[in-house]
Design a protein. Structure first.
Length: 283
């Protein structure tokens, strides 16, 4: 009896995932919308903001993770049908766009001064959306590894080096590097409550988790910088902030849909087979 193979619809999904994940493009989407190159906007972001952005991003990711751990749906239903998972994962992403757009509107009204408040709120709302998408693909949100996979999605918005892209899949290489760190961090989280995890992060008592979040924050910071640069264009204001945040949420919703869709297929067919098709179709 021959081993099952991916059908045409699944292969089309893998091809779309490869195109998206190998060419992260939030900055490109934002710049196409406002019509200005990223380099021309650099002067609009104050140096003080650039210096403290890393701290804000890390605090936002920590708060989002703690909130996600506290609000896991213990009666979560896990669908297994491909078509329903594909369609419902799209709907979940759209549902969270309005809320994230609202926080962007507030940020637009108060400018860069609102970042310390707007960023944690937006990040937490986006993580809830990402978690919802993971759930639609049958992922168990009570599993600390899946919770960390949801955080990992925030790394999928920053560009990779051209040399890396030419030699190997940047997405698959990144996944391999992060999965090793996630195993250690998830083992720690499995024994702790959300409050204990947050306290350990603040005190540095969970080195594996601290290291993982720092790595995720480093990638996420690049995309956050791109978002702030787009929002700093004077003519955008509150409406522009809402639009950029909606675009921001849509980007990571798509990233989550492709990432967890691939994990779903890997569970169904085996990682080797799906990743072979991913590498074949990305070229």
């Amino acid at each position: 009896m021959s081993a099952p193979v991916l059908n045409d619809e699944e292969l089309r999904f893998v091809r779309e995932a490869a195109i998206f994940l190998e060419n992260p493009g939030f900055a490109l989407r934002a710049m196409n919308m406002i019509g200005k190159p990223l380099e021309a906007l650099q002067k609009n972001l104050p140096e003080s903001v650039q210096q403290t952005l890393g701290d804000w991003v890390q605090k936002s990711l920590r708060a989002a993770l703690a909130t996600a751990m506290k609000t896991v749906d213990k009666d979560q239903k896990i669908p297994v049908d491909w078509n329903s998972a594909l369609q419902s994962s799209k709907k979940v992403g759209w549902m969270h766009t309005a809320g994230v757009a609202l926080t962007g509107a507030v940020g637009g009204m108060f400018g860069l001064a609102a970042i310390p408040i707007e960023l944690p709120l937006s990040t937490t709302m986006m993580l809830r959306g990402i978690s919802g998408i993971a759930s639609q693909w049958g992922m168990d949100l009570k599993d600390p590894t899946i919770q960390l996979q949801c955080l990992y999605v925030f790394t999928l918005g920053s560009p990779k080096g051209k040399e890396q892209e030419e030699l190997d899949s940047a997405y698959l290489t990144s996944r391999l590097a992060f999965e090793q760190m996630m195993r250690s961090a998830s083992s720690y989280m499995a024994k702790k409550t959300a409050g204990e995890v947050l306290k350990a992060l603040d005190s540095g008592a969970a080195p594996a988790l601290v290291k993982l979040i720092a790595r995720i924050a480093k990638s996420f910071e690049l995309t956050i910088t791109e978002k702030l640069l787009a929002e700093s264009v004077p003519v955008l204001g509150a409406i522009g902030g809402a639009t950029i945040n909606a675009l921001f949420n849509d980007y990571f919703a798509d990233a989550a849909r492709f990432h967890f869709g691939l994990l779903y297929l890997e569970k169904k067919y085996g990682a080797e087979k799906v990743q072979f098709e991913f590498n074949r179709l990305r070229s």
